[in-house]
Design a protein around this ligand. Structure first.
Ligand code: GDP
Length: 444
């Protein structure tokens, strides 16, 4: 189900109010020159790389999971020869750069200006896609994976590796046994090759398809590895399900339908599908009957969004809004749900804890940005002081030799000549603090 219609409310945190549900804050298909500029920036968000052989399904995955494209539309996607950079920023917890690489991308091709260092140094996860329906390309894909894994590990040993054994759907993969056999075959080859190459890498293998929930489940796990607060979130979820007698609970990023956390019980695919579909049901019904506001400000998901679906097997699906971009969806027995006061009280405690965690995260981020700015300004002011000192000694030398030293302000502006570009010069002007000011006093 691909909902459309009224949007989420944008609070400036991440989503623009584009008028359509499921939009993203930025979507940039960069050519390599622009990409270089983007890679050189001081963006602290982690990076996920989508790599693999040609036509393995990389762009389709990106479009379906993060752009709400219907799986059938991917049949018409054109293949690309450039790296595509997408900024994913759907909630405070889901923020990263997704780089979609062309098939068999080669860093050492003559024309390529993109070096492995630039790509891998800030990468959180390398997601490698193998087309499970094309067994003739398995060995080529495994060889390519190995070459990329070697490069990536050498540059940044902290990178996580995920292998998607993709397109396990249709007539080719009707039975689960067939899927497992394919996974075992690929896993065995990759593990042996990694051992031969003496690479201490332990990739996680996922069986995926864009035609069902498996791709969302796999991406949930990949994205979770990039959330530093995951352990805390899991503990909160454990506390919630324990105190309310729930069977399973998921904290969903509503836009992407990726779950950013769940309790520590194992995830059963059917429960995940039910909970994930509930988000679509709530948004769709809300779009038809529950929209507030007018024109571009129509909201289909807000603080009042909540839903209870009673299942025929005496279980209840329960959805509550946690904040503008997060929803809690849980499965519990009907008799547990009957203790409504207990569930409500615990949910409010959980919601408060999440809000505190996000506030602390935002504060940490702004403090860090502030201190980085201060450090940069101090470094620039230090540079200015060094230059001013040089000017001082020139001045002293001139005075000693009896030459007219001229106006000291002229000298200090001369000290600025050759100063690095705008921002540094501006920082210097703004921060004539300690060292620079001291050197001025010395002149006086
Ligand atoms: P890329 O070159 O790796 O970016 O591959 P594309 O994303 O362009 O996909 C190549 C083809 O694979 C397209 O026709 C897609 O519709 C198809 N495809 C992608 N994912 C799946 C999948 O999960 N199942 C099936 N059956 N086809 C898929």
């Amino acid at each position: 189900m691909q909902p459309s219609g009224p949007s989420f409310g944008g609070d400036g945190e991440s989503l623009p109010n584009t008028g359509s549900y499921g939009s993203y804050s930025a979507s940039n298909g960069f050519g390599t020159d622009n990409l270089e500029a983007s890679l050189a920036g001081d963006d602290a968000r982690p990076r996920i790389l989508l790599m693999g052989t040609r036509r393995s399904g990389k762009s389709s995955i990106q479009k379906v999971v993060f752009h709400k494209m219907s799986p059938h539309e991917t049949l018409f996607l054109e293949s690309t020869n450039e790296i595509r950079n997408r900024d994913i920023s759907t909630s405070a917890l889901v923020q990263f750069q997704l780089l979609d690489f062309p098939g068999n991308f080669d860093f050492f091709e003559k024309k390529s200006k993109i070096t492995p260092e630039k790509i891998f140094k800030r990468t959180g996860a390398l997601v490698f896609v193998i087309d499970a329906q094309d067994d003739e390309t398995y060995s080529e894909a495994i060889e390519y994976f190995l070459s990329m894994a070697k490069l990536a590990y050498k540059t940044n040993p902290k990178i996580e590796f995920d292998v998607l054994i993709h397109k396990v759907d249709g007539d080719a993969y009707l039975s689960d046994d067939h899927k497992t056999d394919c996974q075992n075959e690929i896993k065995k080859s990759i593990t042996e090759e990694l051992a031969d190459a003496k690479l201490p890498i332990r990739p996680i293998f996922h069986l995926t398809s864009i035609y069902d929930h498996t791709i969302f489940e796999a991406f949930s796990k990949i994205v979770q590895k990039l959330i530093p607060q995951l352990g805390l979130l899991e503990k909160l979820m454990d506390g919630l399900i324990g105190s309310c007698g729930m069977e399973k609970a998921f904290l969903f990023d509503v836009v992407s339908k990726i779950y950013v956390a769940t309790d520590s019980n194992p995830v059963d695919m059917q429960t995940y599908e039910l909970c994930s579909d509930m988000i679509d049901v709530v948004i769709d019904v809300s779009c038809i009957y529950g929209v507030k506001g007018k024109g571009g400000d129509m909201l289909a998901y807000d603080a009042d969004s909540a839903s209870v679906i009673k299942l025929s097997n005496n279980y209840v699906l329960y959805l509550r809004e946690v904040n503008k971009y997060l929803a809690l969806v849980c499965l519990m027995r009907a008799d547990s749900f009957a203790k409504a006061g207990l569930v409500e009280y615990n949910f409010q405690c959980f919601k408060k804890a999440i809000s505190q965690l996000l506030d602390a995260k935002a504060k940490f981020k702004s403090d860090k940005e502030k201190s980085d700015k201060e450090k940069a300004a101090a470094a620039a002011a230090g540079g200015a002081a060094v230059r001013d000192n040089a000017a001082d000694s020139k001045l002293a030398g001139a005075a000693a030799s009896g030459k007219d030293s001229g106006d000291s302000s002229k000298d200090s502006s001369a000290a600025g000549v050759g100063a690095p570009g705008g921002p540094v010069a501006a920082a210097r002007a703004d921060n004539r603090s300690a060292p620079a000011a001291a050197s001025q006093r010395k002149k006086g």
